[in-house]
Each structure stands twice: as C-alpha cells, then as structure tokens.
Design a binder for this molecule. Structure first.
Ligand SMILES: Cc1cc2nc3c(=O)[nH]c(=O)nc-3n(C[C@H](O)[C@H](O)[C@H](O)COP(=O)(O)O)c2cc1C
Length: 237
C-alpha cells in the first residue's frame, strides 16, 4: 500500500551580494542555519522537506521595466515569444511563493534599504488579481498565509531607531500580499568591531533558537515525512 505523506516546502530567498562558491553573506549563512533547524525538527518527526533556493547573487532578478509590464498586460494569445518568456519568469516566482509552506528571506541592509534584487523580486510577485486585489475596503492579500522568517543583517544598529527601515517595510509589503505571520531575526552591529559583531551574531542565533522553539510549540514541525529533497534553483528563468 502506498501511503502519501505531506511534504513541507520551504522557499529560501538569498539576497546578499556576497554569496559565491567560497563564501556566503551573513544573512544567507544564518538563513541556512534556520532552515537546517527547521529541517532537523521535521526529520525528527519523519517528515519530508523540500527547499527551493533563489540565490539572487548567481541568478539576478530582472527589473520590472516598461517592456515587462507591457508583456504582462498583453493577452496571452497576442504575446511575442519574448513577452511570453517574461511573463513565464514572473509566473515562476509567484508559483514558488504560492507553493511554499514557509518562506525564509535573507535580507542584508544596503544603503538603508533592502537589496535591489529583493526589491525587484517583490515587483514581480506583487501582482494585482493574483497575489493581492483592491476592494471597496482597501487592498486584500491573496496569498494563503504561510510562515515567513526574515533574517536581517546590518553593519550598524537600527532596530527601533529612525533608520529601522527594513522591518516595517517588509512587514507592510508582505502583509499587502497576505503574508502576515512573520518572525524577524536580526544580526546587527556587524561592522562595529569584533565584540559588537559577536554579540550581533549571538543575538541572531538566540532568535533563531526561539523561532524554532515556537514553531515546534505551534506544531509547525509536525508531519508524517519521508525524506528530504533539496532543489537549488540557479537559473534566472
Ligand atoms: C553596499 C553596501 C551597503 C551597506 N549599507 C549599509 C547600511 O546602510 N547600513 C548598515 O547598517 N549596514 C550597511 N552595510 C553593511 C551590511 O548590512 C552588513 O555587512 C551585512 O552583514 C551584510 O549582510 P550580508 O553579508 O548577508 O550581505 C552595507 C554593506 C554594503 C556592501
């Protein structure tokens, strides 16, 4: 008898520009530790985990420019080959997000903002009628709620200050498309010297530990799982 068991799908977005074959950005490294913790918890209950990774340092996300918008607004039957490819690319980013049970986003601060590639990703996935809609009561997010973990890394310290731009911005943006269940992990002070850096990393690892503990308490690490499949998505399309 074949028993079909559920798979927990994790979408990982790596937006550090430092990722390469030999080294990883801090946000990517910590995101990886969080995912390992989630996977360990799931394996412990004999669950299957599938991780899809979008690494923007090796697969840059094209900007949503005029030609791209034109492609999206052109009826499918009338699109050129190039326009169809553009739409298919955006659709694939949305499909990955829709399919995920949990999303882990590594987000460094670059010049007081999220990395341009991550902003570009949001431009592709925030699509009217698909991931949000406007009603007479305002905008409504259409993505079924799923757990989101933001793993932020910053050279300075910004939490609760006037430059705390990343956290409220991403909460607003993700909430707009329906993702409101967000845990935020912050490694900060990373460029302020050896001691602040060690403290920032320690703080982030403690927050990861707490996030995993609360995922376990909420039963998010439960499931009947059969193994692990890790997909590394390296291509831009
Ligand atoms: C281009 C660039 C701009 C940066 N801008 C800021 C900034 O505005 N504020 C800040 O606190 N740190 C800034 N930093 C430091 C990074 O946030 C910090 O090094 C962080 O650990 C990078 O994460 P990553 O290793 O995952 O890429 C900047 C780093 C770079 C490379």
């Amino acid at each position: 008898m074949n028993i079909v068991k559920p798979t927990t799908k994790i979408l990982q977005l790596k937006s550090s520009i430092f990722d390469s074959a030999t080294a990883q950005g801090v946000s990517s490294q910590l995101s990886g530790e969080l995912i390992e913790g989630l996977a360990d918890g799931l394996r412990a209950v004999d669950a299957e985990v599938q991780v899809t990774t979008r690494d923007f340092s090796t697969a840059p996300v094209p900007y949503l420019d005029a030609a791209w918008l034109q492609a999206l607004f052109t009826p499918a039957a009338d699109r050129t080959q190039e326009q169809s490819e553009k739409v298919a690319y955006s659709d694939s980013l949305i499909a990955e997000l829709q399919a995920a049970d949990a999303v882990v986003i590594g987000v460094p601060m670059y010049n007081f903002a999220i990395p341009a590639m991550l902003k570009s990703w949001t431009d592709h996935v925030a699509r009217a009628g698909v991931t949000f809609k406007y009603t007479d009561k305002g905008a409504v997010g259409l993505l079924g709620n799923k757990k989101v973990y933001l793993v932020a890394s910053t050279g300075g310290r910004h939490v609760e200050g006037v430059t705390d731009f990343i956290r409220p911005y991403l909460r607003t943006l993700l909430g707009f498309i329906g993702l409101t269940d967000i845990d935020i992990i912050v490694a900060d002070g990373l460029n302020m010297g050896e001691v602040p850096r060690a403290e920032g990393l320690q703080q982030a690892r403690e927050q990861i530990r707490q996030a995993l503990a609360s995922a376990e308490r909420r039963g998010e690490l439960n499931g009947e799982i059969i193994g692990e499949t890790i997909i590394q998505t390296g291509e831009a399309a």
